[in-house]
Structures are given as structure tokens and as C-alpha cells.
Design a protein around this ligand. Structure first.
Ligand code: FES
Length: 150
């Protein structure tokens, strides 16, 4: 004959609640300590080049946004070749996007527009061009951005 589960006593419930509170409180202390001792790599520019992916997967007119050090990079396969820029707008640091229909890089925050071929400002409030990033392909057809810094 099957036995019914016993109801949890108030004492057992309070014991469980204290245990959960203790674990939560401990994690609030331990997590920042671990984050302090082992910080993420937040360098402005990575020390090593970054693989973007196979050029076969980035046809002319397509773009890809990838992590590049502390900030993302925008890689575009323009009709004139591969281009890579910091994806951070030079106005107030919003992230820019490639608009293949308009053929330009756009900042959604204040309608800043950039030329995809050289990153120069086409119109809007950005005070200077996007920061260019060296881009190439290796012998295996992988798109590589950045250079050896170390
Ligand atoms: S942040 Fe890009 S135009 Fe203002």
C-alpha cells in the first residue's frame, strides 16, 4: 500500500528557507570577488587577430558583427572588398548597423550615416569616421580582423 507524502513541517520549511537565504547571500559576496580576481578581457583591442568566419558565408552585400576586444566590430563584404570597422558610433557610442539596401552604415540613435568603403561620415552628428580595423583572409578562406599586437 502506497504511503502519502508527509506535509512539510513549519520547522523544516524555515530550515530550507534559511539555507536558500544563506546560499543567496554567499553568492552575492563570492561572485564579485571571483569577478575581481579573474576579470574578463576588456582590452580595447585584442592582442591577437579575430576570426570572423569563412568568406563563403559572407557574400557581397552581407555583414557580420563580431566581438572584437571590448567592443564589437562590423565586417562588411562590399562590392569593393571586405571592410571592418569598430561598430561603435563616434557620436555617442551607439552600435552601428550595415544597411545593404541603402549601401551605408547607419547609427540608429541620431541618424548618423557612414560610408561603407572608408568609414567616413556621410551625414548626421558623428564628429569623425568609424575606426577602421585591418581585415584580410587567410589561406583557408577565413576572414581575419585585427593584427598581432603582442
Ligand atoms: S550615437 Fe550615433 S549618431 Fe549619435
Amino acid at each position: 500500500m502506497a504511503t502519502l507524502p508527509q506535509p512539510v513541517s513549519r520547522r523544516e520549511f524555515m530550515k530550507l528557507a534559511r539555507w536558500i537565504a544563506a546560499v543567496t547571500g554567499l553568492s552575492v559576496i563570492v561572485y564579485p570577488l571571483i569577478a575581481f580576481l579573474y576579470p574578463k578581457d576588456l582590452s580595447e583591442t585584442p592582442a591577437d587577430p579575430v576570426k570572423v568566419g569563412p568568406i563563403d558565408e559572407l557574400p557581397v552585400g552581407a555583414s557580420k558583427t563580431v566581438d572584437y576586444g571590448r567592443y564589437p566590430a562590423l565586417v562588411i563584404h562590399t562590392p569593393k572588398g571586405l571592410r571592418a570597422y569598430s561598430a561603435v558610433c563616434t557620436h555617442f557610442a551607439c552600435l552601428v548597423n550595415w544597411n545593404p539596401d541603402a549601401g551605408r552604415i547607419e547609427c540608429p540613435c541620431h541618424e548618423g550615416y557612414f560610408d561603407a568603403n572608408d568609414g567616413s561620415v556621410l551625414s548626421g552628428p558623428p564628429p569623425r569616421p568609424l575606426d577602421p580595423i585591418p581585415v584580410s583572409t587567410d589561406e583557408a578562406g577565413q576572414i581575419i580582423i585585427g593584427e598581432e599586437n603582442g
